[in-house]
Design a protein around this ligand. Structure first.
Ligand code: ZN
Length: 339
C-alpha cells in the first residue's frame, strides 16, 4: 500500500477506494484533494491495522539443560535471579525456572525454590513460573506440589495429559531411553488445579498434543480452571516425540482445537529446536511466545544469553504492531491478582 502519492488507498482486505489525481484542476482543489486523501489514508490505516493484543514473553531460563554448548544457562539461585532481571529488562513478563542443585543437577528442593523466588523478587517484578518437575519428580500428586507451598510462585506448570518423554537418536537409530512415561491422570490434574486455586498459584497448562487442549477446554467447562487459562504448547525437535513437530504446521494443528472466545492465552515453546519460525507464526496468530535456553542452546546464533532471545521476540512483535506486555499488563490479561 502506498500512503500519499499513489491514487489507490486500500481500505480493507476486500475493497479499495480509488481517486484519480488528474481529475483535479484548480490549485485549491488540488490542496483540498491532497488533504482529503491524507486524512482518508490515516483513517484507512486505522482500519487496516487491527488493535493487537499485547504479547506475553515467558522466558524458559534453564529447564534441566546442561551447559553442553551454551555456558549462559543459569544454575544457581543468584545466576537465575540475575538472568531473570536481564530478561525482564529485555521484555519478558514471566520467567519459567527450574531449581538446580550442585553442579547444575536436577533439584525439586522446596527450600531452593523459595530462595530462587525470594532472589528474583528482590531484583524485579517479573512473574515467576515454576515446574512440578515433569518426569523427573516422581511421586504422588501431593509430593509434586510440595515446593509450591514453600515458594508460592505466581504460576506453576500442570501438564494436563500423559505422553512419552523419550528421545530418539537419529545417529544411532535408537531411543536414548525407553521408559520415560509422563503420567498425569485426570485425578492428579484435578488435584493440582484445586490446590493451586487454594494457594493462589495460576496453572500454566502444558499442552503437548491436541488432546491436552481438549482436556483444558473440559476443565474450564467444569470450573476447575479460571478463565482465561494460561498454556504453553511445547513443539518438539531433536528426536523428542512427546509433542507436535517444531514447525509452523505443527503449531497450526492446534488452531482448530482452541477453545472459543478468549478462554485461553497460549504461548509456544520449542524443545530442542530454534523457536523463531514458530514464534513468528504465534505472534501473527495472537498467541504468545516462550523462548529460552532451557529448550535449545542456539549454537547457530553464537550461543546468546536468554535476554537476547527475549529481545528478538519483542522486536518481532513490535514490528507487526503488537506491543509487548509488562508484568502488570500480563497479570491483567490473565486476570491474576495484583502483586
Ligand atoms: Zn519447565
Amino acid at each position: 500500500m502506498q500512503i500519499v502519492d499513489d491514487v489507490t488507498v486500500h481500505v480493507d482486505e476486500g475493497a479499495t477506494v480509488q481517486t484519480n489525481a488528474n481529475d483535479v484542476t484548480a490549485p485549491n482543489q488540488v490542496e483540498q484533494s491532497a488533504s482529503h486523501r491524507i486524512g482518508h489514508c490515516i483513517r484507512s490505516i486505522n482500519l487496516i491495522l487491527p488493535r493487537r493484543s499485547h504479547l506475553i514473553i515467558n522466558v524458559r531460563l534453564n529447564e534441566w539443560e546442561r551447559r553442553d554448548t551454551n555456558h549462559k544457562i543459569p544454575y544457581t539461585a543468584d545466576e537465575i535471579a540475575e538472568d531473570a532481571a536481564q530478561c525482564h529488562a529485555a521484555g519478558a513478563s514471566i520467567v519459567h525456572v527450574h531449581a538446580r542443585g550442585p553442579n547444575g543437577g536436577k533439584s525439586n528442593s522446596p527450600e531452593l525454590y523459595a530462595e530462587i523466588t525470594r532472589k528474583i523478587h528482590a531484583r524485579c517484578d517479573v512473574l515467576i513460573h515454576t515446574t512440578l518437575g515433569n518426569v523427573d519428580n516422581p511421586g504422588d500428586a501431593e509430593h509434586r506440589l510440595k515446593h509450591l507451598q514453600a515458594s508460592l510462585p505466581d504460576i506453576a506448570t500442570v501438564d494436563i495429559g500423559s505422553t512419552n518423554m523419550d528421545r530418539f537418536n537419529a545417529v544411532t537409530g535408537q531411543f536414548k531411553s525407553t521408559d520415560k512415561v509422563y503420567a498425569n491422570s485426570i485425578e492428579s490434574c484435578t488435584h493440582f488445579a484445586k490446590v493451586m486455586q487454594e494457594l493462589g498459584v495460576k496453572p500454566s497448562l502444558g499442552i503437548w498434543t491436541v488432546s491436552f487442549m481438549r482436556t483444558a477446554d473440559i476443565f474450564m467447562k467444569m470450573g476447575l480452571l479460571a478463565e482465561p487459562a494460561l498454556a504453553i504448547i511445547p513443539l518438539c525437535g531433536g528426536g523428542r516425540i512427546a509433542g507436535h513437530d517444531a514447525t509452523p504446521e505443527g503449531l497450526a494443528a492446534f488452531y482448530h482445537a482452541e477453545p472459543n472466545g478468549d478462554l485461553i492465552q497460549w504461548a509456544v515453546c520449542t524443545k530442542h529446536a530454534n523457536i523463531f519460525p514458530v514464534a513468528a507464526a504465534a505472534i501473527a496468530h495472537d498467541g504468545h511466545v516462550a523462548p529460552g535456553l532451557g529448550d535449545y542452546q542456539y549454537p547457530e546464533l553464537g550461543c546468546p544469553p536468554n535476554a537476547d532471545l527475549v529481545a528478538k521476540c519483542a522486536a518481532m512483535s513490535r514490528d507487526i504492531g503488537r506491543p509487548v506486555a509488562t508484568p502488570s499488563e500480563a497479570r491483567a490479561m490473565l486476570k491474576m491478582k495484583a502483586a
